[in-house]
Design a protein around this ligand. Structure first.
Ligand SMILES: *Cc1c(COP(=O)(O)O)cnc(C)c1O
Length: 495
């Protein structure tokens, strides 16, 4: 199976090429030339498998340059060995008769990034071997919180890799900062940057385009690579949990094979909901894909009007992982909806680059209307959703999940579509204690690690071990640099 660039149909590569090098020449995203279909009885077969077995079966359909035994080993390393605190890995919880939550935060960093970032290092190092790349991959990440910690945990002590994370000194939560600064592993480095997320991100981009550094690192046996969600190796592991959730609901009798299941996804970079789209294309009977945004509602407007317009104010919200105005993975959906018309997709992306805005054709808009719906909510509504869910269902959710809960409610009220729905739950509420405390109408929220205990005391729910365990951890990284010094910091960390 070939992977083709969204912006240039002549740029084709194998899946290992796509994963090893991430971005296609010319800036397009590698996308499967054709989405494979599940055989008629596949869901029944998958139903009786473990999560790891399902992952092997499904990823194998896309990874033809990998052997089944490689995949078996990767899946057991990524999802086995007690790394996830629930044997189901991605368990489905019943919320009410027609609403289910897919909990994707049982991994080592308590956010859904683990689902892909526990797998990516295995896929990537094997891809580099297959491509004959002998240098050590130095993964650079600029993070506003969840991705940095997820990548550090995923790549720690993975042979043939180094991982360096830059985060904005004043732009992450106290808990996220502790998670990163106490990171263990011999191949990891963490550094904060004076400024906001954009400063860190711009600095990382500058490092990637520094020819002198590139040459120096090559001499020392390194090349720079990225772990962000434009890499196919991050989208693919996310397809698995949608198929898996459908199978779990069949298994417990909540769905008959063929029943429609709507899906509501809290969305930022459009990676998670894109994986749901691929699962649907493969033949999982998913109904409407509901895209949930916070006040940065560029995607809601796009899905409703066909106009993508990033010229708007940026808001810092209580769901920071969705505070994003350029959703990179949307490009892969446009590729699908234009039948791979690279000129058309490239045109949209060039308009986005130059004017911050583009409008899709009527044909694309019609397809959007068929598969997707969208709604957004602000912080107040998200907090209300957390409070209501706790009081009415004794189910504790984080602010990102709350946005999806609110969006699903809006969708149901507006359309009357009462089909069963799966809400994707993307983070443990204990990663965002102060906002959750406020939502529950508790006391004045405590700070840092104290806030974890406070939320636990209020709700009677034990916080995940990776978060309570932070208390006893040694701070290994406390370096802060100006953004102009980031190149020097990379040299230093690779010493
Ligand atoms: C990254 C993230 C999201 C958004 O996912 P995308 O794939 O970027 O759309 C939502 N919630 C949480 C907690 C996240 O970390």
């Amino acid at each position: 199976m070939y992977y083709v660039s969204t912006r240039d149909r002549l740029q084709k590569t194998t899946v290992s090429g796509a994963i090893a090098y991430g971005l296609a020449p010319g800036g397009g995203l590698y996308t499967p030339e054709a989405v494979p279909s599940l055989a008629g009885n596949a869901l029944n077969t998958l139903k009786n498998m473990t999560y790891q077995q399902r992952a092997v079966y499904l990823m194998n359909m896309y990874l033809d340059s990998y052997s089944a035994s490689e995949l078996t080993s990767f899946c057991s390393k990524a999802y086995g060995g007690g790394k996830f605190d629930d044997p189901a890995v991605a368990p489905v919880r019943r919320v009410d008769d027609t609403t289910y939550a897919l909990e994707l935060w049982h991994g080592p960093t308590c956010a859904f990034k683990d689902m892909a970032l526990q797998m990516l290092p295995h896929l990537l190092t094997a891809a580099l071997r297959k491509e004959g790349e002998e240098k050590t991959a130095c993964i650079l990440v600029a993070t506003s919180g969840d991705t940095g910690k997820g990548a550090l945990e995923g790549f720690r002590d993975v042979p043939g890799t180094r991982i360096l994370v830059f985060y904005p000194r004043d732009g992450v939560s106290a808990i996220q900062e502790l998670q990163m600064n106490t990171q263990e592993g011999a191949n990891v480095g963490v550094c904060s940057v004076v400024g906001n997320f954009d400063d860190a991100q711009t600095g990382v981009k500058r490092i990637f385009s520094d020819p002198a550094l590139k040459e120096e690192l090559a001499k020392r046996g390194y090349f720079l690579s990225s772990a962000n969600s434009i890499n196919w190796g991050r989208v693919l592991p996310q397809i698995v949990y949608y198929v898996s959730a459908y199978c779990d609901l069949m298994k417990e009798g909540a769905l008959e094979k063929g029943d429609k299941l709507n899906v509501c996804v809290p969305t930022g970079n459009f990676g998670d909901i894109l994986a749901a789209y691929y699962a649907k294309q493969m033949g999982v009977p998913l109904g409407r894909l509901i895209c949930a945004s916070n006040s940065n509602n560029v995607l809601t407007d796009f899905i409703q009007t066909g106009v993508y317009d990033r010229n708007r104010p940026f808001y810092n919200t209580i769901s920071p992982s969705m505070d994003i105005l350029i959703s990179s993975n949307l490009e892969r959906l446009l590729h699908a909806y234009t039948f791979g018309n690279a000129e058309q997709v490239k045109g949209y992306m060039e308009q986005l680059n130059s004017t911050g805005r583009y409008q899709v054709s009527d044909e694309v808009k019609k397809k959007l209307d068929k598969d997707f719906a969208a709604a957004f909510c602000d912080d107040e509504a998200a907090k209300a959703a957390i409070g209501n869910m706790w009081r009415e269902k004794q189910y504790l959710i984080d602010p990102h999940t709350a946005v999806a809960v609110d969006a699903l409610e809006q969708y149901r009220a507006k359309t009357g579509d009462a089909a069963p729905a799966l809400v994707v739950s993307t983070a443990s509420p204990f990663k965002f204690c102060p906002a959750v405390m406020e939502a529950l109408g508790g006391k004045e929220p405590a700070h840092g690690l104290d806030s974890i205990q406070q939320l636990s005391d209020l709700t009677g729910i034990a916080a995940p071990a990776p978060l309570t365990g932070l208390a006893g951890k040694r701070i290994r990284f406390d370096q802060t640099v100006e953004k102009e010094q980031m190149v020097a910091a990379v040299r230093e960390m690779l010493r």
